[in-house]
Design a protein around this ligand. Structure first.
Ligand code: SF4
Length: 369
């Protein structure tokens, strides 16, 4: 069989291709699975034709529902150019909106996680990355309304150990709720003692840490396991601040400088602009940075957000409690506040930001010489 694996032309900035948050890890696992079966595979980004490769199957991945049009373009393109091939769409959008996805013209929609491919290691030789992706668990114990995880992966499954999977000095965890794994302490111990090519292993978590599961012991293990820039989720009201502060204190006590800790927060959601500003100011007082995430409903099928233009709900999702102006202002304030915290400035100053960037660039060049 000839299998074409397709990542549609999602609007990921060029420098973020192969970025740790956007690696098409599902396709890479499918590549290993098909190789094992003796199939010939090809991985592509976007819509391309191949004079010497006529696929039997085209497997297209999907991401956010609001990027559905890129998936439709790919389904249409491959159906037109390879009419004898079976075009199958899987991934997040396909799993959350299968009926909508079917209208793309594809032959089949694959819902959920492909359990057969899931057992395989991603075929990293197909991409140029200096890290590896690991899942210690699938699904989540919680049921947050704005999250699609528990709809796509309804059963919470976990591994007891990952030490035999480590093949890089940089491990990125794609768990939705890493700390919910009942074996997390054992796994952190493994990471602490892991080496690859004689050098220690550094880790990051793509998702925020569920701070309700944090204890001083786990915080210490996270630090000893060399996790970089831990991110605590503060998804709800300002009046949760005492709880969030305790979680930050545990990480500081474990050895993280406050400025290296991020508070993950969702905006354009149920807390209005003014409540979010209070959360923002509180983070400034604590000296931590913010990882902000603009909310879109799980059935939003388009997105034409432009930070430099005045826009309406016809362009992108604006929550009834928010305005276009507030959304853009909030994003700008987060960015500026993070810069002041990162560089230790008292207030935001464009010239100081440029100076900081110049110093970083100089340092980078000197390490490359
Ligand atoms: S804790 Fe995180 S992964 Fe779990 S349901 Fe809530 S947002 Fe989703």
């Amino acid at each position: 069989m000839r299998i074409l694996l397709v990542e549609p032309s999602f609007p990921i900035p060029p420098k973020s291709k192969n970025h740790r948050d956007f690696l098409p890890v599902g396709l890479l696992k499918l590549a290993s699975f098909h190789r094992e079966r003796g199939d010939e595979i090809k991985l592509v980004r976007g819509n391309q034709q191949f004079p010497d490769f006529y696929p039997n199957q085209v497997k297209i991945t999907s991401l956010f529902t609001y990027w559905s049009n890129y998936v439709w373009e790919s389904a249409k393109f491959y159906k037109e150019n390879y009419p004898k091939a079976r075009v199958i769409v899987g991934g997040i959008y396909a799993s959350l909106m299968p009926e909508h996805c079917k209208k793309s013209g594809c032959d089949e929609v694959f819902i959920g996680v492909d359990e057969k491919a899931e057992k395989f290691k991603p075929a990293y030789d197909l991409v140029n990355v200096d890290y590896q992706i690991v899942h210690t668990s699938r699904g989540c114990l919680r049921r947050c309304k704005f999250c699609g995880t528990w709809k796509i992966e309804p059963e919470f499954k976990y591994k007891k150990s990952i030490k035999d999977e480590i093949r890089s000095n940089r491990v990125i965890f794609y768990d939705n709720n890493l700390l919910a794994n009942p074996y997390i302490k054992d796994i952190l111990e493994e990471l602490k003692n892991s080496k690859h090519n004689g050098r220690v292993v550094y880790s990051e978590s793509q998702c925020g840490i569920d701070g309700r599961l944090l204890t001083p012991e786990v915080a210490k293990l996270i630090k000893e396991a060399r996790f970089l820039n831990p991110r605590i989720a503060w998804d709800h009201r300002y009046d949760q601040r005492k709880m969030i502060k305790k979680q930050i204190d545990m990480l500081v006590e474990a050895g993280y400088p406050a400025k290296d800790i991020y508070v993950f927060m969702i905006y354009n959601y149920n807390q209005d602009y003014y409540e979010m500003l209070k959360k923002l100011r509180q983070c400034k007082r604590w000296g931590v940075q913010i990882a902000d995430c603009r909310y879109r409903p799980l059935n939003q099928t388009f997105e034409h957000y432009n930070p430099r233009a005045r826009q309406t709900n016809k362009d992108y999702y604006i929550h009834p409690e928010w305005t276009d102006r507030q959304i853009k202002l909030f994003r700008k304030k987060v960015r500026r506040q993070n810069i002041t915290i990162r560089h230790g400035f008292d207030i935001y100053n464009y010239e100081l930001e440029r100076e900081g960037a110049r110093i970083r660039e100089k340092r980078l060049l000197s390490t490359q010489e």
